[in-house]
Design a protein around this ligand. Structure first.
Ligand SMILES: [Zn+2]
Length: 246
């Protein structure tokens, strides 16, 4: 008992807040969660009150170079808020989830006294990300800056295409990826591509992202939400390839 208390006292998550419950009450994500972007009339736009809550939880900057990117960021946060991911209790070591992720989620489940994986990953991400801004000076994609707890986004080129659709479910997995950079070992060089965005093993950001993409995909309705489910499948495969260990 004394050991357990000592462990809890040391946990960085002892002060973690549950923002998920209050924000869901405002945003009222549909259940089951479906956002068929191919047919924009099939879902309701986010309300201003919901946008405000999401902006508060993650420090989304007021002004982006591309305001369209800002809208897509809200869509990603709404996906993270609304999509079901099952429970920590149901996680077992397998092809797409490994012990470091289960251990991290179990630690937070204790701190937040909930077993709901979607709730935990939303709160985990909001805990580690205090600011989301666009920054076209970085390579195309996303980056985490430790000192500012900032998630940088450079997606202007992709998003400003006329035919671009929100990548809400796929970007949601990147929110978890970037947040995990606060606590995981950094990336290493990919031997096949020569780029520095692989992980040596399952303790890294891609381990978090693979597990998230897998849980989201398992709960995605392939018939009603085909586009999002295929995005999640892509993120699942792409992030898995970036983990060098088996
Ligand atoms: Zn990364």
């Amino acid at each position: 008992m004394i050991l357990l208390l000592a462990l809890t006292a040391c946990s960085p998550y002892r002060d973690i807040e549950d923002r998920w419950t209050a924000t869901r009450a405002v945003c009222q994500p549909p259940e089951p969660f479906v956002r068929d972007y191919i047919d924009p009339d099939s879902y309701d736009p986010l309300t201003d009150a919901c946008r405000e809550r999401l902006a508060q939880d993650f420090g989304v900057a007021e002004v982006f170079d591309s305001m369209k990117v800002r809208e897509y960021v809200f869509e990603a946060l709404f996906n993270l808020l609304g999509r079901d991911q099952g429970t920590v209790h149901d996680l077992e070591v397998g092809e797409y989830v490994r012990q470091p992720f289960i251990d991290a989620m179990t630690e937070q489940a204790e701190a937040l006294e909930t077993d709901d994986l979607g709730q935990l990953l939303y709160n985990f991400s909001a805990f580690h990300i205090a600011l989301i801004i666009d920054d076209t000076s970085i390579n195309e994609g996303f980056r985490y800056v430790d000192e500012e707890q900032a998630m940088l986004v450079n997606k202007t080129f992709e998003v400003e295409q006329d035919a671009a659709l929100p990548n809400g479910s796929g970007w949601a997995t990147f929110v978890v990826h970037e947040a995990s950079h606060a606590v995981v070992p950094g990336h290493v060089l990919c031997p096949d591509w020569g780029t520095p965005n692989c992980d040596a093993d399952w303790t890294g950001a891609y381990g978090f992202q693979v597990a998230t993409a897998w849980r989201l995909h398992e709960h995605c309705d392939v018939d009603a939400d085909t586009y999002n489910c295929s995005l999640l499948r892509d993120e699942l495969e792409d992030s898995r390839e970036r983990i060098l260990a088996d």
